[in-house]
Design a binder for this molecule. Structure first.
Ligand code: HEM
Length: 475
């Protein structure tokens, strides 16, 4: 009993000493303004409860008013400096790998696999990032990705009738497209079963990361094993064929097998899985949100329809979209920009400092987290007039079209700039083309935007759709 009490006392003394040392150190450092909140939980509960409102940025708004665009807080177990300052955000993103580095919890790495691009660092990251960029570049988009996207989007829309849950449809389209791009698979039962496992993996990202307590996380880990079991034979077979017959398909898997890096099967599987993660939720959510904003803004929808009807009127009936058609979608790009500005699913980017850093006269200690909020900048009236209104026409103004890259950065920046940014724009434009030229729709139920833990519509956007030739009274 005595030794237990003395152990307890020693622990308390060490913990107390550490807290005092931390306070003394923080007082000497010139930390950004803000509050670290309660011990251990910090301001996490305030953050979660504030996001239950309709306001897209309540936590940032409240603190920016009090402290300015750079402030400190303590959320999800760690002291974190939040930035809604465009120059600071650019500094954080540009110095990835030097003053800052990515920092994902171990639970995410268990789900993604340690060879994923999102978790790679250093030279290997640089090489693989540029290989991925070249795989979604405009040359490849022009060469075959645009045509693949057009064909798969139409194929998926062929089955739409009466009521559709738009987010679910958008997810299926995005997944089918990604498996085509990565492994040259057309949608079939195998890809659909892969998608079902994969959806469970994604659910694990938002679960409590303990297999003992969380069924969702446990299920996600099992589903990851199933995805790996499904992809490994595909990689093995393709490797065999490329070694024996010299086969080289024009997809990501082909590029990895042909690269001089001699990747193992496990490395390739992790890498492919993470690419699906990067594009799946993001692109499908943006497709859904674009339709939500357009449905709520009939003038914009009418103008978009006119642009796409004109493209159709220039082509033969049933003709596929050409690169020149894509390049003529001027108003569409305004809609895409504005949707990404208003409701980017990636609201901001976490990094960890690798050394003490001086920003705007403040010190951010080594090992602290920083959060570069992209959305808080996008929604700031100092940078965009009537910032919280969906107004695609703003992108026709000179002031907005020349907006600096640090102010408008839906795809991030620096060494981890989203490698799928061009692909996402093309896919979204083709999707808008096919939906507005094929269908009219009305909302099947009231639905609204929610922003936490990710941006989405609450009910996955249920719509009643009608083929345009059949309908005369929908929007
Ligand atoms: C509207 C759609 C998309 C949005 C808004 C988006 C946004 C972003 C952002 C902000 C980042 C930077 C993350 C960071 O710095 O830590 C990122 C990274 C990434 N994105 Fe996207 N993305 C989209 C579509 C795609 C697509 C279609 C792909 C598929 C190729 C993709 C693959 C990735 C990957 C692999 C990374 C990690 C890059 C790295 O760590 O080097 N994304 N994305």
């Amino acid at each position: 009993m005595y030794s237990f009490l003395s152990l307890l006392f020693s622990f308390a003394a060490i913990a107390g000493g550490l807290i005092l040392f931390r306070r003394w150190r923080y007082r000497r450092l010139n930390l950004p303004p803000g509050s670290l909140g309660l011990p251990f939980i910090g301001e996490t509960l305030q953050l979660i409860s504030l996001y239950k409102t309709d306001n897209p940025e309540p936590f940032m708004d409240e603190r920016m008013k009090r402290y300015g665009p750079i402030f400190m807080t303590h959320v999800f177990g760690e002291a974190t400096v939040f930035s809604a300052d465009p120059d600071t955000n650019r500094f954080i993103l540009a110095n990835e790998g030097k003053l800052f580095e990515i920092s994902y919890p171990g639970s995410i790495s268990n789900l993604l696999g340690k060879h994923s691009l999102l978790l790679m660092k250093g030279n290997l990251h640089k090489r693989m990032h540029s290989m991925t960029m070249s795989f979604a570049s405009s040359t490849i988009l022009k060469d075959h990705l645009l045509a693949d996207a057009d064909r798969l989007i139409q194929l998926s829309m062929d089955s739409w009738s009466n009521r559709v849950l738009l987010l679910e449809q958008a997810k299926k389209i995005t997944f089918d497209l990604t498996t085509k791009q990565l492994m040259s698979f057309d949608p079939d039962e195998w890809t659909e079963s892969l998608r079902k496992h994969y959806v469970l993996v994604i659910e694990g990202f938002f679960a409590i990361p303990f297999t003992l307590f969380s069924t969702t996380y446990r299920r996600a880990i099992k589903a990851r094993t199933k995805v790996v079991e499904a992809l490994t034979p595909v990689v093995r077979e393709r490797r065999k064929r490329s070694e024996i017959d010299g086969e080289r398909k024009k997809d990501m898997l082909g590029a990895m097998l042909a690269s001089g890096d001699q990747f193992s099967d496990d490395e390739i599987v992790d890498f492919l899985l993470a690419l699906i993660v990067g594009g799946y939720e993001t692109t499908s959510t943006i497709m859904t949100l674009a339709i939500k904003f357009l449905t709520d803004t009939p003038l914009a929808l009418a103008q978009l329809k006119e642009e796409h009807d004109q493209i159709r009127s220039r082509s033969k009936p049933g003709a596929p979209l050409e690169w020149a058609d894509y390049k003529s979608m001027i108003f569409t790009q305004c809609v895409v920009n504005e949707t990404l500005r208003m409701a980017n699913i990636i609201g901001g980017i976490f990094r960890r400092t690798t050394t003490d850093i001086n920003i705007n006269g403040y010190t951010i200690p080594k090992g602290w987290k920083v959060f570069a909020s992209l959305r808080a900048v996008h929604l700031n009236p100092d940078h965009f007039k009537d910032a919280r209104t969906f107004n695609p026409w703003r992108w026709q103004n000179k002031s907005e079209t020349t907006v600096p890259g640090n102010v408008y950065a839906p795809f991030g920046g620096g060494p981890r700039l989203c490698p799928g940014y061009e692909l996402a724009r093309v896919v979204l434009s083709v999707f808008l083309h096919r939906i507005v030229t094929t269908f009219s729709w009305v909302p099947a139920e009231e639905d609204k935007l929610v922003f936490f833990p990710t941006t989405r519509t609450q009910k996955r956007l249920p719509l009643i759709v009608k083929r345009r030739e059949e309908s005369s009274h929908c929007i």
